[in-house]
Design a protein around this ligand. Structure first.
Ligand SMILES: Cc1cc2nc3c(=O)[nH]c(=O)nc-3n(C[C@H](O)[C@H](O)[C@H](O)COP(=O)(O)OP(=O)(O)OC[C@H]3O[C@@H](n4cnc5c(N)ncnc54)[C@H](O)[C@@H]3O)c2cc1C
Ligand code: FES
Length: 608
């Protein structure tokens, strides 16, 4: 059993279990408001996964740190935002600037090999996988087992993406192996997507893990620019697999900015990392099967789940349930979830219209389209499914597109199933040369689909096509499941009208829907109102604007994630040395070739 970690929050000492995020520690200290917005509104964590920047705090004297992504370390000094000052003098907030190098490596070191922390390095691998979720882990295993030198790059301190997050932490806590929250069959029988099996396989496959490393740009083909707490990194690749996953889709409604309104997946992620939930009254609302998995996980941790409110009509959900006979694993999981959630109302055709509270959520108003009623709660977990992370694929020149039933624009490309996804062919190859894509960026299909696609991408990138082909059948099965998911949980039109003109859509810059409506496109609205120009870079409001206003993302400017100026301007300075996995330095381009045109680089996508 590892000792508790002692930290100090606003001068008050607090002991937390190892593996607790700073955001969870703040919640354990009873603090709901983490900061105040540009207009002075109270705010707390929304996404729980490093996207929204609503949880930033001062940690060890360093301002603008994303507390949901930082693990507590012995002696850490944390300050919430008593002044109400949110924006930097530059007009925006910047996360994680100059983090201390005293990294814990608590989780990755338990299970997988992790490279040593050195400054300013250039790495070179035959195959680089961006994203360490199920798709990335499967791609890395397939490629490394095919004899390639492989690295997985992930911006979190844990391997396993969203769904397997917290696996290693709990092992550390308990000294044993416990089942994960949100995994309905865990502990009952081995599953194809058993995280322990995959993490073990990853540890044995010889791939390298570059954790806490965010890929922020690609200055030219074959080169990624990344950022680590210890400094900028350059990562050279011959083949690239993009497995960047998805984030939750948030749709604005009055009160959605109150502390305590969080994404279901985000809340679950934080609960996995120590967020106190026992005895809390939680309403789970929005759309998708994730609601059930989250409700089950929260209930098992002692939360009082008041209701699960699914926006999709009962008929659609029933049809989806009946169709699960074709995927017995899922049928079994669904049945088990329903059994575990016995007594918790699961209402279809119901959605939230308003959250209310004083400084934090206290109640939610729900409707079935005919009447409106109130549910008292301490937390509202509300998300309307997932939306793929396509910013990096776009920046690399991969073709993406919206939902369509016809074939893609290039011969052999598969039709898309939901949202804006990356086009791939049978080998998971994108339209960009030597770039593959797997998992949620190609369509929202769940972890099993991500595993099948990831393996195919890994084998194909290793020219091991025979092995890849053996997985086509499995992938086709999960693609049918993916299509059924998209049909069953399609968003109803009423959700487009939840926000009124004075509802904030852009939370970073406090821009209302009424203000945004004055413009005709995302680009024009950005330039005139600053919506989407804050530190989340439009990841929250951009997806909402797409649903509400029908505006699409036109282009992506690097950096794809907020980055330090130093990471961008110094990227030509350390191309001399290649580290782990470099067996081909003789083929390296001259140092000067690594310098990107500076005009390619922007710090956040702000108005110039
Ligand atoms: C918040 C959340 C919670 C979820 N919880 C559950 C659950 O409980 N049960 C369930 O069945 N499904 C859950 N899902 C869905 C599930 O995560 C996916 O179906 C599945 O994990 C997809 O795997 P993936 O590998 O495609 O993506 P992910 O698992 O999302 O992995 C993508 C990884 O890429 C990393 N990444 C992205 N961009 C970069 C970059 N530029 N640089 C470096 N790293 C990058 C991310 O940090 C992440 O680790 C959840 C999804 C979300 C968003
Ligand atoms: S809650 Fe931390 S970034 Fe969204």
């Amino acid at each position: 059993m590892t000792d508790e970690v002692r930290i100090c929050i606003d001068g008050r000492p607090l002991s937390v279990p190892p593996g607790t995020t700073v955001a969870a520690a703040i919640a354990r200290a009873g603090v709901a408001r983490f900061l105040r917005s540009v207009l002075g509104q109270p705010r707390g964590p929304l996404c729980g996964m490093g996207i929204c920047m609503e949880c930033h705090l001062t940690i060890n004297g360093q301002s603008h740190c994303r507390s949901c992504q930082r693990l507590c370390e012995q002696g850490m000094e944390v300050h919430t935002d008593p002044s109400g000052e949110r924006r930097s003098e530059a007009g925006g907030r910047r996360p994680d600037v100059g983090l201390p190098i005293s990294d814990l490596r608590l989780q990755t070191s338990d299970f997988v090999q992790s490279e040593p922390a050195l400054n300013n390095r250039t790495f070179e691998f035959e195959i680089v996988v961006v994203g360490g979720g199920p798709a990335g882990v499967a791609a890395a295993c397939a490629a490394a087992e095919s004899g390639r030198r492989v690295a997985v790059v992930d911006d979190t301190p844990w391997l396993g993406g969203q769904i397997w997050r917290g696996q290693q932490a709990r092992r550390s806590e308990s000294g044993g192996r416990r089942s994960e929250i949100g995994s309905p069959t865990s502990g009952l029988r081995p599953r194809l997507s058993d995280p322990r099996r995959w993490l073990e396989r990853f540890r044995n496959c010889g791939a390298t893990l570059l954790d806490r490393t965010s890929v922020i740009a690609s200055s030219r083909p074959g080169l990624l620019l990344a950022e680590h707490a210890s400094g900028p990194r350059q990562i050279r690749w011959q083949r690239l697999v993009l497995a960047t996953g998805a984030r939750e889709l948030f749709l604005p409604f009055p009160g959605w900015t109150l502390p305590g309104v969080m994404g279901p997946g985000g809340l679950q992620a934080q609960v996995k990392n120590g967020w106190p939930i026992c005895g809390k009254r939680v309403v789970v609302a929005g759309s998708g099967p994730l609601l059930l998995a989250v409700a089950d996980g929260l209930k098992r941790r002692g939360a009082q789940v008041m209701s699960i409110d699914e926006q999709a009509p009962l008929s659609q959900v029933m049809r989806f349930g009946v169709g699960l006979w074709a995927v017995p694993d899922k049928l079994w999981q669904g049945a088990l979830l329903k059994a575990r959630l016995l007594g918790v109302p699961y209402r279809c055709g119901v959605w939230p219209v308003r959250a209310e509270g004083n400084e934090q959520v206290q109640r939610v108003l729900l409707t079935d389209g005919r009447s409106v009623w109130t549910e008292e709660c301490d937390l509202l977990a509300c998300g309307f499914g997932l939306t793929p992370n396509v910013e990096l694929p776009l920046a690399l020149g991969c073709q993406v597109g919206g939902q369509r039933s016809e074939a893609g624009p290039t011969s052999g490309l598969r039709p898309l199933t939901s949202g804006v996804c990356v086009f791939v062919n049978d080998w998971q190859a994108t339209t960009a040369s030597n770039v593959y894509c797997a998992g949620e960026p190609t369509g929202i299909g769940g972890a099993d689909c991500a595993l099948a696609e990831g393996q195919i991408a890994g084998y194909a990138a290793s020219d091991n096509r025979a092995k890849a082909e053996t997985l086509f059948g499995r992938r086709a099965r999960w693609h049918r499941f993916r299509a059924a998911l998209a049909r069953a949980f399609a968003l109803r039109d009423e959700l487009k009208f939840l926000a009124s003109d004075d509802t904030l859509v852009c939370r970073c810059e406090d821009v209302t829907l009424g203000r945004m409506r004055q413009f005709s496109s995302w680009r024009e609205a950005k330039l005139q109102s600053r919506c989407g120009m804050g530190p989340c870079q439009g990841r929250v409001c951009g997806a909402a604007a797409e649903v509400i206003l029908g505006w699409g993302m036109e282009s992506v400017r690097p950096p794809v994630l907020p980055a330090r100026v130093q990471s961008l301007v110094s990227q030509g300075d350390h191309g001399q040395r290649s580290e782990v996995g470099d067996r081909s330095s003789e083929n390296r381009p001259p140092h000067s070739a690594l310098r990107p045109p500076t005009s390619d680089l922007r710090i956040e996508n702000r108005r110039s």
